[in-house]
Design a protein around this ligand. Structure first.
Ligand code: GMT
Length: 380
């Protein structure tokens, strides 16, 4: 198949899923065309089946806000026509599902039907999409997509609750590539970060409010009082400076390292003993899955789809968002018991294997096929 993929090219989970999906499909022989405003971060190397089309929305003095949506729609039309795409898969409803609809209408005037699959990732529904500034357009665009997927049962339920949706939503979970995400020997890293054999706790995110980054610091403070530990904070975003200030205020300077954005996250996860994800809500929690694939148990909140990934008492522990005391107690319990930690590490890996990319790629392929077959009927 010739598949167009539209996504945010940044470090966020939706862009990561879109890029990994494109790479996986390309290695199964499909021709993949990424259409976005910057090269996606995980699209680092040449691949014979991968093409990248950059959307250029030129600055013009009249525009306070450059009309990116218009430029993206034009680029989609161009790529679909000249690369002869079979299907377009857009990730994150805003504005991608809406722009795809516009491109579809333009192509129809030229006698071409463009089947569009929209994947809902989370905040496009729960935080941003349901905001009344966007809601009518988001609802319309979801209903006009030829196929809609959501990354968890929880997100599907939220979508049906928040919008009047007239079509099926198929749940296709986030997935993991074990060729990349697996525990590797990085003992030399461990010696530098935890020279006295301290436990290593990791948090990765884009440091937005929804991640409750300050809770990570507060949980760690409790843990470090009972179990000698170090905390690695990976990523960057608007809440980072609050978290750094909090660390200084409560004198955690030596125990916590803010590493900023990192590309080889799997190397750092390989030396971790515990991953903390106290988010207000996560539609899935891809970062937790990446940790589990590297044999790291997870102490997380139970917001959104996290209970579909992290199994309470098996791969880690779940608590209500904001329950710092309970999350800290669970972390201490796990980190104080070598045998239990080993058991949870093995369970985390087993659970991660359920989301192996090699199981998920055929599900997407079958779904594209189903959408394409229905689209033939629409054209006739
Ligand atoms: O978590 C983020 O802030 C990034 C966000 C995104 O849209 O890029 O991630 C969302 O999509 C990921 C991939 O499907 C999910 O694994 C994340 O749980 C989800 N984030 C939230 O729901 C907060």
């Amino acid at each position: 198949m010739k598949i167009g993929i539209v996504c945010y090219p940044t470090y966020g989970g939706s862009g990561v899923v879109a890029t990994e999906l494109g790479l996986g499909l390309a290695s199964r022989g499909h021709e993949i065309h990424f259409i976005t405003y910057r090269r996606p971060v995980r699209l680092a190397h040449f691949h014979a089946n991968i093409y990248y089309h950059e959307v250029d929305s030129d600055e013009y003095p009249l525009f306070e806000y450059p009309p990116y949506d218009t430029a993206l729609a034009s680029k989609i039309v161009d790529v679909v026509k000249y690369q002869n795409l079979d299907i377009l898969h857009v990730h994150y409803a805003i504005p991608h599902a809406t722009v795809a609809y516009m491109a579809k209408k333009i192509l129809l005037t030229e006698g071409r039907y463009l089947p569009v699959v929209t994947t809902l990732h989370g905040t496009d529904i729960t935080l941003v999409g349901s905001n009344e500034a966007f809601a009518p357009v988001v609802q319309f665009s979801i209903n006009k997509s030829d196929g809609v997927t959501a990354v968890s049962e929880s997100l599907k339920a939220d979508t049906l609750k928040l919008f009047d949706i007239q079509r099926d939503i198929k749940v296709i979970y986030n997935f993991i590539d074990f060729d990349r995400f697996r525990k590797v020997n990085k003992e030399h890293f461990k010696k530098i970060i935890a020279p006295n054999g301290e436990r290593i706790i990791v948090h990765t995110s884009n440091f937005r409010k929804v991640k409750r980054v300050e809770d990570v610091v507060l949980i760690f403070k409790e843990v470090a009082q009972k179990v000698p530990s170090k905390l690695l904070m990976i990523g960057d975003g608007p809440e980072r400076h609050h978290a750094e200030r909090l660390c200084r205020e409560i004198c955690l300077g030596e125990e916590v390292r803010f590493l900023g954005k990192q590309d080889a996250i799997e190397e750092l996860l390989s030396i971790a003993d515990l991953f903390i994800m106290p988010s207000e809500s996560e539609s899935f929690g891809l970062a937790a899955l990446e940790a589990m694939a590297c044999e790291v148990p997870v102490v997380s909140s139970n917001g959104g789809g996290l209970p579909e990934v992290n199994i309470h008492g098996v791969t880690g522990y779940l608590s209500d968002p904001g329950n710092v005391q309970e999350m800290a107690a669970n972390a201490i319990h796990l980190l104080s018991d070598d045998a239990l930690l080993q058991e949870f590490r093995a369970n985390a890996l087993q659970q991660a294997k359920r989301f192996d990319i090699h199981n998920v790629l055929p599900v997407y392929e079958a779904y594209y096929q189903e959408v394409l077959e229905k689209s033939v009927v629409k054209v006739e």
